[in-house]
Structures are given as C-alpha cells and as structure tokens.
Write a protein that binds this ligand. Structure first.
Ligand SMILES: Nc1nc2c(ncn2[C@@H]2O[C@H](COP(=O)(O)OP(=O)(O)O)[C@@H](O)[C@H]2O)c(=O)[nH]1
Ligand SMILES: [Mg+2]
Ligand SMILES: [Zn+2]
Length: 310
C-alpha cells in the first residue's frame, strides 16, 4: 500500500494512505539512502510503501526517490544530518523589515538554495501593520528589488489579516514549506489561515521555544482545499548544498544573466578583468546586497575547501 508520511514523532511515522486512511508506521530494517547520513531514514513528505500488520499498524518497506529534501545538521560533529521534510512543491519565506529585521543575506541564501533545488519561493513580508513611513519605504525598495529579479512578493499582516486571503490560491493542492527566522510570525500566519489549528500550533511553538535542539517533531498541516503546510523552524535552506563555487552564481538569477558575458568562462566575479558582473554591480544593474550575498556564499565554499584539506 502506498502513502504519504505526514508526521514523525520519534520512531513512529504517521502515514496517510492513498485511500485516505491514517496508519501509524515504523521503519522495517535498515534503510540506507545514498549520499545522506541522517539520523532519520524517513521524513515528513516522503512517499512510502507500507505493509499493514494484524495490530493495525504498519511497516514502511520502501521510500520513493525524493524530488528534494530539507536537511538540518545534527547538533554534534558526527557529520550526520536530520531530514526535516521531503518533496516540497514550494516555499513561503516569511521575512520582516523590522521586529525582527530579516537580513538580506539570509533571504538571498535561502533563495539561492531553493533555486538549486528548483523550489519556487514566494517572499512574504509580514507585520506590515507595524511599519512606520521609513520602514515602509524600505519595504517598497525590497519588493521592487525581488520582483525585478522575478520573485513573487507579498506584503501581509498575519495579525490584521491584510493580504492573507490572497495566499489561499497559491497554497491550494501544494506542499508548502513555511520558513523564516524565529519571531517573524509563522505560527501566527498558520493560525490566521487555519483558525481550527490554533491550539496545536501553539503547542508546537511552545515545544520549540524550550530550546531543545533534539526535538525531531515535524508535521504537515492539511489544508481544507487540499495541500499541506510544513512548519519547521530553523531552516536555513535546502539540500546538502554540495555545490561547486562556479555553480553558486547560477542560483542568483540576475547575476547569472551577466555572468554569461564575462571575459573568462571560469570567472569568479571577484577581481577578474572583463568581468561583466562587476561592471553590472558598478552600474547598479545588480544590487549591492545581492552581490554581497553571492560573495558570502563563495566565502563559505573557500572555507570548506580549507577545512576539508585537513
Ligand atoms: N504587529 C504584528 N505582529 C505580529 C504579526 N505576526 C506575528 N506577530 C507577532 O510576532 C510575534 C512572533 O510571532 P510567531 O507567530 O510566534 O513567530 P514565529 O516564531 O515565526 O512562529 C508574536 O508576538 C506575534 O503576535 C503581524 O502581522 N503584525
Ligand atoms: Mg512558531
Ligand atoms: Zn565575472
């Protein structure tokens, strides 16, 4: 029997079968998924095959290949990671201009990692009810910047409800990852979209606020119109991020357009003569903030190379 893993608590996985039943399942035997050393073999969002036993529970026997997955490094240095969710259709990145301020580097890194996994992102600026004139001007500049690059940007208030109804059509029928720094209003938005979820999300956020990093609780919240929202705090991006330095610029859509015109095909866009990217930054066709984010990701790679050498 086939199904979808919609919840994971410890060694139990809740599977929603394709014929609509909910069956508590465990993993049978030892799964080895190539390329990933993870603390959990199965994740929320996985498509699985199960065999039901006489007690009404089941064993997960097969995991279908993942289109993408979101991973968090385990807290220790074991190189193990924890898979938070798999097979995401799109992500909502919740950001705030203030209260708290979301850093543009954080936004750009998230966008780049989503680009690498072909996951569309909707940028949602929350708390619009709270901003003063200056903050609203900054918000305008940000939405201009990201819309020009090609991202869908929304300004909402999860508290007043402004702009939130327009999110329903985007959510319908899809698996949407809700992401963003702590305090930007993810739980408030879920409560706004799904009032009947109120108690449960409150419990979830409380459990996380106690700060135990070992919490392995992940859940898909089913939407009345079909589709699911996954609220997993602490996600910085997608995948294992095994990208080569020269690949990074292809995940910054507007930078990539210019990169094709650089004099050298192996241009890193940092110092080379005839670099079309540097020229475009100079002439403000590429935003400084985006270029800085690109450099910061390039820096990570240099650092890792260095570390790997030891
Ligand atoms: N003014 C205002 N406050 C908000 C809004 N959305 C969330 N908040 C507040 O921001 C704080 C953090 O919200 P929460 O949903 O817990 O954030 P999470 O950590 O992303 O889940 C709470 O005090 C919320 O009441 C909003 O649209 N406007
Ligand atoms: Mg929360
Ligand atoms: Zn270049």
């Amino acid at each position: 029997m086939q199904g979808l893993v919609i919840k994971n608590t410890g060694s139990w996985y809740t599977v929603r079968t394709d014929d609509g039943r909910i069956i508590e399942s465990k993993v049978k035997g030892n799964f080895r998924i190539k390329g990933i050393r993870s603390t959990n073999p199965v994740a929320v969002g996985d498509r699985v095959q199960i065999t039901v036993n006489s007690q009404g529970t089941a064993f997960i026997t097969t995991i279908e290949e993942r289109r993408n997955y979101i991973i968090r490094k385990a807290a220790n240095l074991s190189k193990q990671s924890h898979i938070l969710a798999a097979n995401v259709d799109q992500a909502f990145l919740i950001a705030t201009v203030n209260y708290p301020q979301t850093s543009l580097t954080f936004i750009d890194r998230f966008l780049a990692s989503a680009e690498a996994y072909d996951v569309p992102v909707v940028l949602i600026f929350n708390k619009c009810d709270r901003y003063n004139a200056e903050e609203l001007r900054f918000l305008d500049r940000l939405t201009d910047l990201y819309r020009q690059i090609g991202y869908d940007c929304r300004c909402i208030s999860a508290v007043s409800g402004e702009g939130t109804n327009a999110l329903f059509p985007i959510l319908a029928g899809k698996v949407t990852l809700l992401s963003g720094n702590s305090g930007v209003g993810k739980s408030t938005l879920i409560n706004r979209l799904l009032p009947e979820q109120n108690l449960r999300t409150a419990e979830i956020s409380d459990a996380h606020n106690t700060g135990t990093h070992t919490t392995t609780f992940s859940e898909m919240i089913e939407l009345p119109a079909g589709g699911y929202i996954i609220d997993t705090p602490g996600i910085k991006g997608f995948g294992t991020f095994n990208m080569a330095p020269h690949e990074i610029c292809s995940y910054f859509k507007e930078i990539f357009v210019y990169a094709k015109h650089c004099k050298f095909s192996n241009c890193t866009h940092t110092h080379e003569p005839g670099c079309a990217v540097l020229q475009a930054v100079e002439s403000h066709h590429i935003a400084q903030s985006r270029y800085r984010s690109y450099l910061s990701m390039l820096d990570d790679k240099e650092e890792n190379k260095y570390r790997d050498a030891f």
